[in-house]
Design a protein around this ligand. Structure first.
Ligand code: APR
Ligand code: PHB
Length: 391
């Protein structure tokens, strides 16, 4: 039977980042991924990195292209009731900024780094299954090209996303889950047009939420809230552009440059947390452990702070023969996760139109927004959460 120190299940950003840090520290890993490399790279996700995420990438030698191509943002805007209000993020949050750089690009950089390191990744691994993680000798089995493989290890990192096998392998009585499903989706497009503004605009309108974001100075990403049962075919480009114009303030609508979209997809919105994140020698990391709605772009950033905590614990285990960091992992990670879950839920609740929204709910939303842009304290709270709470 083959043996490595840590088996990583999943080659999304969590698995790749963890693998990279461990490899640099001389800890042997294998990554088992059920999909193909191209499939993983083709998934379009959010694109906003907190300072802590950028620092983690940079400290691990992964920021070459990010430093050249990432767009640094000092502020963002909220549009509602016909007006646009800028939030001075860096001014309010002690100089911290956010960086626009697509998750797809982060994933590509991480895959390139792993390929260069020579550390193994098995793509299209079928039936990946963790075993015996409640004891001292965990194993992972998988099938590749019809052949069953078995790997013995010290630890298993479940970095396999919301639908992965890791969380599903935990006995039901050992895990608690918390969930809110939102009654709408986000329809997102990518288009080769310059962004309407150099910063992001989050809009609350009677027709629903809209977000103007970007990937570069020539590539835009736009989202509108849509009913959950809408299909992409219901939204030809013209309809999309008309709709977003009607949801933003007039100057923004006028400045909007439209063009053919080259990607269009609908994503549901969900808040989800599993507790705890450690089951003997199995750890849950990233989307395997939690999901946040995209409002505020916390998903990837939370995954990166989980990875940081777990990597610290593993390095301490192998380097100092101390279990302190691993014992603390679940608590440390969950403390930060719940705060990001709260922030994403609050942003989502404040900015979307809910199908069952009462007149009272509506007034609360208006008061929330009006208070926010009139209070230095409230804007500071938004800013410190948006740029990322301390890791
Ligand atoms: N066996 C092996 N791999 C699996 C399995 C399985 N049974 N199930 C899922 N996977 C793979 C998926 O194909 C995917 O490539 O695990 C990977 C999980 O990657 P992500 O879903 O991207 O999750 P994660 O790496 O935690 O990334 C952080 O935060 O909010 C999000 O959009 C953000 O995707 C980003 C995530
Ligand atoms: C994105 O650029 O795709 C993005 C940015 C901010 C969000 C969500 C998505 O809150």
């Amino acid at each position: 039977m083959k043996r490595v120190q840590v088996v990583i299940i999943g080659s999304g950003p969590s698995g790749l980042m963890l693998g990279h840090i461990l490899h640099r520290a001389g800890i042997e890993t294998i990554i088992l991924e059920s999909r193909s490399q191209d499939y993983v790279l083709a998934r379009v996700r959010a694109g906003l990195l907190e300072q802590g995420t950028v620092d983690l990438l940079r400290d691990n030698g992964l920021a070459g292209r990010l430093d050249r191509e990432g767009l640094i943002h000092h502020g963002m805007a909220l549009a509602f009731d016909g007006e646009r209000h800028r939030i001075d993020l860096s001014g309010l949050a002690g100089g911290k900024v956010v960086t626009i750089y697509g998750q797809t690009e982060v994933t590509r950089d991480l895959m390139d780094a792993r390929a260069a390191s020579g550390a193994p990744t098995v793509y299209e691994a079928e039936a990946v299954t963790p075993h015996a993680f409640d004891g001292e000798a965990p194993r992972v089995t998988y099938v590749k090209d019809g052949v069953t493989h078995e790997i013995a290890c010290d630890f298993i990192a479940g970095c396999d996303g919301y639908h992965g096998v890791s969380r599903a392998s935990v006995p039901a009585g050992a895990i608690a889950t918390y969930e809110r499903v939102y009654p709408f989706g986000w329809l997102g497009i990518l288009a080769e047009v310059p962004p309407v503004d150099h910063e992001l605009i989050y809009a609350n309108s009677p027709r629903g939420f809209a977000l103007c974001t970007m990937r570069s100075s020539t590539r835009s990403r736009y989202y509108v809230q849509c009913p959950l049962d809408d299909r992409v075919e219901d939204w030809p480009d013209d309809r999309f552009w008309d709709e977003i114009r009607r949801r933003v303030d007039a100057p923004t609508a006028e400045a909007l440059v439209t063009g053919p979209s080259f990607e269009k997809s609908i994503a549901p919105l969900r808040s989800f947390v599993a507790e705890p994140l450690r089951f003997g020698r199995l750890f849950l990391v990233g989307d395997a452990a939690h999901i946040v709605p995209p409002t505020g772009a916390k998903g990837l950033n939370l995954a990166m702070s989980d990875v940081r905590y777990l990597a610290e614990g593993l390095l301490e285990h192998y380097g100092e023969k101390s279990s302190g960091g691993l014992d603390a992992y679940s608590g440390r990670a969950l403390d930060r996760i719940w705060k990001a879950v709260r922030f994403s839920w609050w942003m989502t609740t404040m900015l979307h139109r809910f199908p069952d929204q009462t007149a009272f709910d509506q007034r609360m939303q208006e008061a929330d927004l009006a208070y926010l842009v009139s209070s230095q304290a409230a804007m500071t709270s938004l800013a410190e959460n948006y740029v990322g709470l301390p890791v």
